[in-house]
Design a binder for this molecule. Structure first.
Ligand code: DX5
Ligand code: ZN
Length: 216
């Protein structure tokens, strides 16, 4: 088993983004995770499309976009214009999830649904067959560097069972407080992809951490 690794740009040094993007481009990272926040769905604001257009130009990895915003489908065109590989929208932010997923796929992107820590996996039962990815939050979204919520490991197991039972092809990705230690538990439980912000960007040797996570 090996993990897809998606370093989270939120923990990069915005004073010298070029340097961190060079590090990512020269690493074995599989994707670059992009957290878009609106200060309404989550109590923080990150970056928006004008900044991300430059990131997209400077980064040679597929973009894994995580929208922590209300009305996420208002951003479909903007995310598509970035050339993103994946568009993740929160279950809690979209009433018409089936229609939204179809629209994301029609736009040529992988469709992901994100669950907050308090949202049960079973809520995806009737949509799982249509999903390309499920992003399980292992912290309450909004900030990097938070403590991993251990119950997420049980949710990964439950989601793996749901996926296997339905023949869904959805990738299981986990976001928040992931490091080599918590990543190992997630990988053993059936995760396919790990997002890591602080564990990568605050490390002395970020590329070695990316390799260690990929090897889990
Ligand atoms: C949190 C974001 C995460 C965050 C992860 O709301 O969705 O992607 O950047 O950061 P770490 O890995 O430091 O918890
Ligand atoms: Zn995220």
């Amino acid at each position: 088993m090996s993990q897809i690794v998606s370093p989270s740009l939120l923990s990069a040094n915005f004073g010298n983004l070029q340097q961190d993007l060079d590090m990512i481009n020269n690493s074995n990272a599989d994707w670059l995770h992009i957290d878009i926040m609106d200060g309404v769905f989550v109590p923080n604001i990150s970056f928006g499309p004008p900044v991300l257009q430059y990131v997209a130009k400077l980064c040679n990895k597929p973009l894994d976009v995580h929208l922590m915003v209300v009305n996420p489908m208002n951003y479909l065109d903007a995310v598509k214009a970035l050339g993103a590989r994946i568009m993740n929208i929160h279950y809690e932010a979209e009433t018409h999830l089936h229609r939204a997923i179809m629209q994301i796929k029609d736009a040529g992107m992988m469709a992901g649904v994100t669950l907050n820590p308090s949202t049960p996996v079973v809520m995806l039962k009737d949509i799982i067959a249509d999903l390309d990815l499920v992003l399980l939050m292992s912290v309450n979204p909004g900030f990097g560097g938070q403590k991993f919520i251990a119950h997420t490991v049980d949710k990964v197991r439950e989601l793996r069972e749901l996926i296997d039972a339905t023949g869904s092809k959805a990738v299981i990705e986990v976001d928040g407080g992931v490091n080599v230690e918590t990543g190992k538990l997630l990988a053993e439980a059936g995760a396919d992809a790990l997002v890591a912000g602080n564990a990568v960007f605050k490390a002395d040797d970020p590329q070695a951490v990316i390799d260690a996570l990929r090897a889990l």
